[in-house]
Design a protein around this ligand. Structure first.
Ligand code: SF4
Ligand code: ZN
Ligand code: ZN
Length: 332
């Protein structure tokens, strides 16, 4: 049965049950754009020039985020730099880097591809085997470290992550279930810069459902890598939480958006207290000078154990010249 758009007479392509809306392509796109714009406005990121590093894996969320921020950059003084980390996961990584490179060029966004193997001589699978840890946990550590490094060296104000509403609920519920309540404070739309050792994080898709990000990409012909990472665990806790929440959403449309709105409000009101508490645990890594909890950051600690020496400082120099070279002719 075909539906008509609630805002005009065109054919609807999206039924947004929780908002009781049926929307055509144009009105659906505008609806998602408003969600993203209002996050940036609320956290005062639309005033003054903002330099934002986009963490782009090539998947639907990060590519949709790239397009949405590129659209905002046409209206506001926002400067963008895309970064893709090639983790050395065979054809998957090649596909990801190629799509990011091609789309960044198409949109006229400056980009950097950082290849893990060139930096530490190992791909992510080998590095995690040597570290005797799960691939995803080492991968998360490496990605967080490199994103922060590129953002600091390019003097960016924020790193934008493509986490959608479903991701954030799943991550926060996982932290809650494991008793890690302090980590919950990270799950805000924006986190702040810490002196010169950590760049703030921005989650533009905080209020965008995973299905909405996918539909936005499809109807606006935003390219993305369809394949999942081959190293992804079969049925992760996050995946199970998402299925559970999707079933709840079917029964009670809007439960996820209400939850994220409440999470945002609650975290905002307790964040300042927790930040004071956490600030006592912030140190500079003695090897690379970046953020650490105990005086040695996770990246230097892991590379020291696994490869015999902490690689943070040498990586810092490589990234610095990579970024300077890239940005030499651009105004980022
Ligand atoms: Fe990295 Fe795991 Fe994600 Fe693959 S699934 S990109 S290994 S975190
Ligand atoms: Zn319409
Ligand atoms: Zn370090």
């Amino acid at each position: 049965m075909s539906h008509r758009c609630s805002k005009c007479s065109r054919q609807a392509i999206a039924v947004i049950k929780y908002a009781r809306l049926k929307l055509c392509r144009e009105h659906f796109t505008a609806y998602i754009e408003r969600k993203v714009e209002s996050i940036l406005r609320k956290y005062k990121l639309l005033t003054g020039t903002r330099k934002i590093v986009l963490a782009v894996s090539g998947g639907k969320d990060s590519m949709a985020m790239t397009w949405l921020l590129w659209r905002l950059a046409q209206k506001y003084p926002i400067k963008l730099l895309a970064i893709n980390i090639d983790l050395g996961i065979g054809s998957y990584s090649k596909q990801s880097s190629d799509i990011v490179k091609k789309y960044s060029r198409e949109l006229g966004i400056e980009y950097v591809i950082v290849r893990l193997k060139e930096l530490v001589r190992h791909n992510i699978e080998d590095l995690s085997k040597l570290a005797r840890r799960s691939t995803c946990s080492v991968c998360g550590l490496v990605k967080r470290y490199l994103l922060n490094l590129v953002a600091l060296e390019s003097k960016a104000d924020y790193v934008a992550l493509g986490h959608n509403l479903d991701d954030i609920l799943a991550y926060s519920l996982k932290s809650f279930l494991s008793g890690d309540y302090i980590s919950l404070v990270k799950f805000t739309p924006v986190t702040q810069f810490v002196n010169d050792i950590a760049v703030g994080r921005l989650r533009p898709l905080y209020k965008v459902y995973e299905r909405e990000a996918l539909l936005l990409a499809l109807v606006n012909r935003i390219p993305f890598v369809v394949d999942e990472c081959p190293l992804r665990p079969e049925s992760s806790i996050e995946f199970r939480i998402k299925s559970f929440l999707n079933n709840l959403e079917e029964e009670k449309p809007g439960i996820k958006i209400q939850w994220i709105n409440n999470l945002e409000k609650t975290l905002k009101s307790i964040q300042s207290n927790i930040e004071v508490e956490n600030s006592t645990q912030i140190h500079k890594c003695k090897y690379c000078g970046l953020l650490s909890k105990s005086g040695i950051c996770g990246f230097c600690n892991t590379t020291k154990k696994v490869l015999g020496k902490p690689l943070g400082a040498s990586l810092r120099n490589i990234i610095k010249s990579l970024v300077e070279e890239k940005l030499f002719a651009s105004s980022f």
